[in-house]
Design a protein around this ligand. Structure first.
Ligand code: SF4
Length: 463
């Protein structure tokens, strides 16, 4: 998240980060930089409203003394590096080219090799994230004519990045465009870069366009400029953004997420109809698809599983224990709706199946006669190396199991997943065809070669 040329940029960034909380719940941070190169940062473990208060935001904005200023911010969801204070972002560094802060969404797959090379050059790291590699490369690139473009050209994998310098903000996106990054503008001046359009809505900015894959956008006193750091390739947008990750209120890769999810639900109803009495969503992320399923099947839509909206997303909690505790707190079944009924439960995805198994047991206990689970994406069989933290293959429920075996494990009468062809047909548009999406976690077809096994702790100290 980045803001340029707006009064109280830290306050604005705070509101934008709040609207993007679904993208990461482990830590949050904001950095500002005065024209004298004095960088200020506040970052801590926890949710956005717990990390910041009026005092911390006022202190950050004081750098600009009421004049328009700039800021970048970050919510962390860890894919490389543990969930701890030393890995909070934005990262701040002081290079020969001046002070710089950066924030990263994605996962850099050649980070381990790059880090070993940099360590071999005598560079010292203070964190275990792939993002710090970018900062160190940038510091080393000062003799290059375009240090940032050179730095980005060394990276492989998924990166939507925002950089803050004393005199400019720069936004950049990897050539495959795995993660979203959009550009927005305030009606009375000032620019915004954000992972999703929902953040623009939250702060009253208007959508201008996406940052293109392989593009660097520079925003400074002279306005906006664009340059490329790499040749165009066939994009590989993360299809899981539409399935699960992004806010339904956002437009991602040119399509509104809510509408895509409804169409995914319609498609799974077409592919896998079932004789039943009602359709119910697994809240909250199955809701949009369940709407679509009900529309096509003609079955009544009922909310039988009620979420506690004050408990966070279970999938992105870092440990199994935390996830299970959150599930128990999070969902309750309405027995009067399910008793004696044949129920279609629609969910967007199943990863380990922990949440699903607990909930299916509760539905049975409440008297459900039949339970048919319909999943609006294909089975997840493979790891993601591009910014989604799926567990090891052996922990994925779909690994080496048939749908009948998965149904037995979950305690339901049937399970059906959306086909990969159906997924591509639903997300594809004339502007962004279905084959411009990554589906590697479903298909195992990785758009780039992966260097050896990549683990979350690949950059732990003393590696
Ligand atoms: S592997 Fe799956 S989750 Fe990862 S970027 Fe590709 S589609 Fe998205």
């Amino acid at each position: 998240m980045a803001v340029w040329g707006a009064p109280q940029p830290a306050h604005i960034t705070f509101h934008a980060l709040y609207s993007l909380q679904h993208r990461g719940q482990e830590s949050a941070g904001i950095a500002v930089c005065g024209r004298d190169g004095k960088m200020e940062r506040h970052a801590a473990m926890g949710l956005v409203p717990n990390v910041f208060d009026a005092e911390t935001l006022d202190a950050l904005d004081a750098v600009y003394d009421s004049a328009p200023g700039s800021a970048i911010g970050h919510n962390r969801y860890s894919t490389t590096g543990s969930s701890e204070q030393e890995n909070t972002q934005p990262f701040v560094g002081y290079t020969a080219g001046g002070a710089v802060a950066l924030a990263h969404n994605g996962n850099i797959v050649n980070a381990k090799r790059l880090r070993h090379e940099l360590e071999g050059d005598g560079r010292v790291f203070t964190s275990t994230t792939d993002t710090e590699v970018v900062l160190q490369l940038l510091a080393r690139a000062n003799t290059e004519p375009d240090a940032l473009a050179w730095t980005l050209s060394q990276l492989e994998g998924a990166f939507s990045l925002v950089f803050l310098f004393s005199d400019r903000v720069e936004l950049a996106r990897d050539p495959y465009g795995w993660r979203p990054l959009v550009l927005g503008r305030f009606p009375d001046g000032g620019w915004v870069g954000a992972s999703e359009t929902v953040a623009l809505d939250a702060i009253g900015a208007e959508f201008v366009r996406e940052v293109e894959p392989g593009e660097i956008v520079t925003i400074d006193d002279s306005g906006l400029a664009s340059r490329r750091f790499d040749e165009p390739v066939t994009p590989a947008h993360c299809v899981f953004e539409h399935v699960y990750f992004a806010s339904p209120a956002s437009r991602v890769f040119g399509s509104t997420v809510q509408l895509v999810r409804e169409r995914l639900g319609e498609r799974i109803a077409e592919e896998n109809p079932v004789d039943a009495d009602l359709v119910t969503p697994m809240p909250d992320s199955g809701r949009s698809a369940a709407t679509g399923y009900a529309r096509v099947s003609g079955l009544p839509y009922r909310e039988a599983i009620i979420p506690n909206r004050y408990v966070g997303r279970t999938f992105i909690k870092p440990t199994t224990g935390e996830r299970a505790a959150a599930v128990r707190l999070k969902l309750n079944v309405v027995a009067e709706i399910v008793e004696g009924q044949r129920i279609v439960v629609v969910d967007d995805s199943i990863v380990r199946g922990t949440t699903t198994r607990l909930k299916m047991a509760q539905l049975r206990k409440a008297g459900a006669k039949e339970i048919h689970l319909r999943i609006s994406c294909p089975p997840i069989h493979h790891p993601c190396y591009f910014g989604v933290d799926f567990p090891d293959r052996k922990e994925l429920i779909a690994t080496d199991r048939t749908t009948q075996e998965i149904a037995a494990l979950l305690g339901v009468d049937s399970v059906a997943y959306l086909s990969i062809e159906g997924l591509h047909e639903v997300v594809g548009t004339p502007e962004v065809p279905g084959d411009h999406y990554c589906d590697a976690c479903f298909s195992g077809r990785y758009p780039i070669t992966i260097e050896g096994e990549l683990r979350k702790d690949a950059l732990t100290k003393h590696c």
